[in-house]
Every structure is written in C-alpha cells, then in structure tokens.
Write a new protein. Sequence first.
Length: 135
Amino acid sequence: MALSVQIIWLFILAIPVACVAWTVTHEEIFKELRTYCSEKSQKCGKLVQRKFFYLFTCEYCFSHYVTALFLVITGYKLLFADWRGYLISFFAVVFVANVYMSLFAYLRQSLKSEKLEANLKDNEWHEVKEEIQNK
C-alpha cells in the first residue's frame, strides 16, 4: 500500500476509534457503566482489577484497546508490512484519535461557554426590559 494511502487510512481509522472511546468514557448512554467502573477502580483490592475498571473511565487508556480491536478488524499496518507495521500503526492511531478527542473536547467546551454567555446576556436583557416596563 502506498504511503499516501496509509496516511489517509491513519486519519480515517482514528475517527471511529475516537468516537467509540469518547462515547464509552464521556457520553450519557454509558453513564451507569462508567459510574460502576469508577467505583470499582477505587475500591477493588487487587491492582489488576482496579486498572481494568479504570480503563473504562479514561478516554486515553480506552483508546488503546479500541485501537487494538480496530487493527485486528482492519489489518491496517503503517510503514512496514510485518509486525512492525502493526506496532507503528497502533501508536499512530492512538495518537491521532486522542488529538481528535482533544479537539472535540475543546470545541464542546467553547460551545458551552458561548451558550452560557448568551444565556447570561439574555437574562440581563430581560432584567433591563422588566425595569423599563416597571417604571
């Protein structure tokens, strides 16, 4: 596979990895699972158990497992045709997926801030309007 095609695959393959990792670790649909795993990650007696449950609460950690699954499904290799291609693609996909998730988190935070500012301005406008009407 040509290098340009491999790079395209890298950026495309990181999209579903980021979507799955973000959804499981942040979205409301998996809230109960995250809460359960968060409690278990703090209360389990064995280190292995705590770490296993922690991976469902951390998008960075979970993205490694999602990436491994997607590499098995797709057989994607980067730069080399042997096991080294899997190794390089594994870390490259994790990196790009985490860049995507960071950008998504920043975008969501910016949108929340803008919404809060708009609501604040709207409330201020309504208060001024009421003061004018009451005079």
